[in-house]
Design a protein around this ligand. Sequence first.
Ligand SMILES: Nc1ncnc2c1ncn2[C@@H]1O[C@H](COP(=O)(O)OP(=O)(O)OP(=O)(O)O)[C@@H](O)[C@H]1O
Length: 539
Amino acid sequence: MDERESSESPIQGKKSKSKTARKPKETVLKQKSPAEFFAENKNIAGFDNPGKSLYTTVRELVENALDSAESISKLPVVEVTIEEIKKSKFNSMIGLVDRERVDAALYDDYETEKAREKRLAKEARTQEIQAKNATLGKKVKETPASKGIKGRGEASFYRVTCKDNGKGMPHDDIPNMFGRVLSGTKYGLKQTRGKFGLGAKMALIWSKMSTGLPIEISSSMKNQSYITFCRLDIDIHKNIPHVHLHEKRENKEFWHGAEIQVVIEGNWTTYRSKILHYMRQMAVITPYAQFQFKFVSDAPDKNVTVRFARRTDVMPPIPLETKHHPSSVDLLLIKRLITETSKQNLLQFLQHEFVNISKPHAERLIGEMGPDFSSKMAVKSLTSQQVVRIHQLFRQAKFDDPSGHCLSPAGEYNLRLGIIKELNPDMVATYSGSAQVFEGHPFIVEAGVSIGGKDVKQGLNIFRFANRIPLLFEQGADVVTRTALKRINWSNYKINQIQDKIGVFVSIVSTKIPFKGTGKEYIGDDITEIASAVKVRSF
Ligand SMILES: Nc1ncnc2c1ncn2[C@@H]1O[C@H](COP(=O)(O)OP(=O)(O)OP(=O)(O)O)[C@@H](O)[C@H]1O
């Protein structure tokens, strides 16, 4: 008998044993709310650690700001501020009294006297060598003044604010937009930066997990005489907003847009360059927007202010919502469309709820479905088997490809302008392709190649964009990186892949970007249509 068996088997008459013996637990069926799921698995939404969470928070807020301004054809003005909050200030914000350490050895970063002496001696030696090298004119490797002692260190807190001049949000919708995971206005079939209804809520969940502070939203819509102010957090277990304050304030200047503010734990030091790269790449792909980025700390020498000026008033057209292509739908979606349609009969349903099915085409398809089907039959009375038959036919029949009219690529002019404005290269070539299709979704690939320029390192510098979002992580597995590294013979174009400063810019827009993971970090290399389009467009 193994240990587990013996501890679980009830032994009669042994009183002492019954004290420690555990009763087998009954299996209890539990349910998790979407908010709980994402709080426990925040890495899949890009909130892996404090530094990455700071980056992703900025990113989600900036992308919402751009989506919002563009939805009303307004040239975007986006202001992002990250304000460092020292622990003592943070404590006073939440009403916690700062306490000095009493029992020093209790702490993770405690260092014995001997270890301290050793460390300081080592640091002094390094400084001496560096000073010697400097006087000999040798290159001096920069080292941090003092690494200090190892340990988890203190948490760093940041107030992140993002202000835009966009559409704003309806007063009554704000609590659900920010306090209910998987709620959003971007679920239709349309090219948007956001898609999941998750980003802003993840920033709030992270603020709740790391600082316990709520999110604050100010927003007003066009010609609205008031500004909504809302302070809320999220009830993780119920996935519902918990509103602290929701009121209307005067809007004398008829401002419209949104200002979102969260206080989160982060790590500016490790993610500074990623955040600045992100802003710069966003400026490349969005040259019609004006960005201001500020980092503010107690130490003025650490402050950063970067302005990315608008260089054009030419804004890509608003992406249009489109209908589904018959070859892109699954059974579940057909059933949902049947439930939601206002059309009465099967003929009207096929003709109006899908792209590329004309009336004569719909009649032919119905004929092909078999004797149980007719044009006039009520679409809502279709049986499950009949819906399966429609699905099967949709998969086998051929349909014209969807057009790319609903898409809104950056445009060759904008891409070129963005590259020139931010990199100032010696040479740049851009190309914008026509729409292509994968799994019934249209996509457009635009590409640019530059040589030379400022802040460009030798070799390949790859800039990837999906629905006009810069992608900075998981570069290695991305379709663009793989194509640039493996499928292009650079010497054919008289480009030296190792020595030249090569910029490769590829932007893909689609009604469905096949991101890997919810973090929207990279596009897989496994979709042949996209892989070959990237290669052809780039060269
Ligand atoms: N700055 C803003 N201006 C106007 N509406 C906004 C703004 N920020 C958020 N919203 C609204 O709140 C909704 C939820 O935003 P959230 O970031 O959670 O998800 P999303 O942008 O829809 O999708 P994703 O998770 O893919 O980013 C959005 O769909 C949008 O309607």
